[in-house]
Design a protein around this ligand. Structure first.
Ligand SMILES: *Cc1c(COP(=O)(O)O)cnc(C)c1O
Length: 389
């Protein structure tokens, strides 16, 4: 057997070692509290599940779906963008449902990247941005997200030669893993930079609805000129607690949407239709659960921030996403500190170095943990800290 070289170009999965350690501890009967899960712990609202069940009984939904999705779903996505962001989208040309946004993110690379091509990828960042590029035969050029720039890329610092050669630029705000946010002024600068260097922009925005303190994150599509050069990926995963159902969307530039459709129509047969019906209901129905869930995450955030401060970790209060990005104490790497927390306190976190070179020196803690476990985790962290004194 001769496997393709592209597989060997994929870097090793950095969380393997730590996941093994967690499994070992649990096998020994130790109770590990995990702040490492990036998946809402709250269930999908029941009205959405009820609609899905009704649709599942309809034989019309037992057949192959279309790659383009139900016209009614594309319409519901366009309407939701209109209501939420004031953005008008053509449901037939500027909207494409996806089998979760990760699927579309990975496949978008095939629309742009040929062997040797460059994509600008944020570091730290969501791994599919770089993995899609590598699988398409291209090279990610990592753009550092520095704390002093609010974890936004510094476009001026990207060498001209690199920017001119690159075909695609990935952005993601509100950001995983840093929790950073971007405003419309930043998106305008991104559009300006992209037009100057003839780049396409892919903005990944699954966290626009997970925000705190009354903050409402904008959509990249609100920016003048955005749809001339870019698309936005969105998802029902985080907004409606639907990670397991696999449904998301891409909206924006009609040519890019068409290109992704072309790739996908040759590889997949769309999203199971009962799930598409659930998504229609989710997008069109009451959005009340969003504020309720954000209140829960915000309360958890405030509790966690308090103990992190107490134990001396430097953190910025995230305004959005359910991630807290904390600096590890001096003298530790991300991995050393992650292991120390695991071995000494029974607390699992994600080492920042798993998200790229620039993630070194940080850990990510997720707020997707039940209130009871969070309280236990907080108690453990403070008694671990007191013991260490
Ligand atoms: C959770 C997440 C997604 C959404 O993935 P789905 O495939 O839609 O579930 C996309 N990008 C980032 C950065 C995420 O954290």
């Amino acid at each position: 057997m001769k496997l393709a070289k592209r597989l060997s170009r994929l870097p090793p999965y950095l969380f393997v070692e730590i996941n093994q350690r967690i499994a070992e501890l649990r096998a020994r009967g130790e109770d590990v509290i995990s702040f490492a899960i990036g998946d809402p712990d709250l269930p999908t609202p029941s009205r959405i599940i009820e609609d899905m069940c009704r649709a599942a009984h309809d034989p019309a939904n037992h057949r192959y779906p279309e790659t383009a999705g139900l016209p009614e779903l594309r319409q519901a996505i366009a309407e939701w963008y209109g209501r939420r962001f004031g953005v008008t989208l053509d449901p037939d040309k500027e909207v494409l449902p996806l089998i979760g946004s990760k699927e579309g993110i990975g496949h978008m690379a095939l629309c742009f990247i040929e062997p040797g091509d460059l994509a600008l990828v944020p570091d730290p960042g969501y791994p599919p941005f770089s993995m899609g590029t590598i699988l398409a035969g291209g090279e990610p050029h990592f753009v550092p997200l520095k704390e002093e720039n609010g974890f936004l890329p510094d476009f001026q610092a990207i060498p001209n030669k690199v920017a001119n050669k690159a075909k695609l630029m990935w952005l993601n705000y509100p950001n995983n893993p840093t929790g950073a946010i971007a405003d419309l002024d930043f998106f305008e600068r991104a559009v300006y930079f992209a037009r100057k260097h003839d780049l396409a922009i892919c903005h990944d925005a699954p966290y626009t609805e997970v925000a705190f303190d009354g903050y409402r994150p904008p959509s990249f599509m609100q920016t003048a000129g955005a749809r001339k050069i870019g698309v936005e990926f969105h998802s029902l995963s985080k907004t409606f607690n639907m990670t397991g159902w696999r449904i998301g969307m891409v909206v924006g530039n009609a040519g890019m949407v068409e290109a992704l459709f072309q790739v996908k129509s040759n590889l997949d047969s769309g999203i199971p239709q009962a799930i598409q019906h659930a998504a229609i209901d989710a997008l069109r129905g009451s959005q009340e659960h969003i504020a309720e869930h954000n209140a829960i995450f915000q309360r958890r955030r405030d509790k966690l921030m308090k103990v992190l401060d107490e134990i001396g970790l430097e953190v910025r209060m995230p305004k959005a996403t359910f991630y807290v990005w904390a600096k590890v104490p001096q003298g530790y790497t991300s991995m050393d500190f992650t292991k120390k927390l695991l071995d000494e306190a029974g607390i699992a976190v994600t080492p920042g170095s798993g998200y790229g070179k620039e993630g070194e020196g940080f850990i990510r803690l997720s707020l997707t943990i039940s209130d009871g476990r969070l309280e236990q985790g907080i108690d453990r962290l403070s008694s671990w800290h007191r013991r260490g004194k």
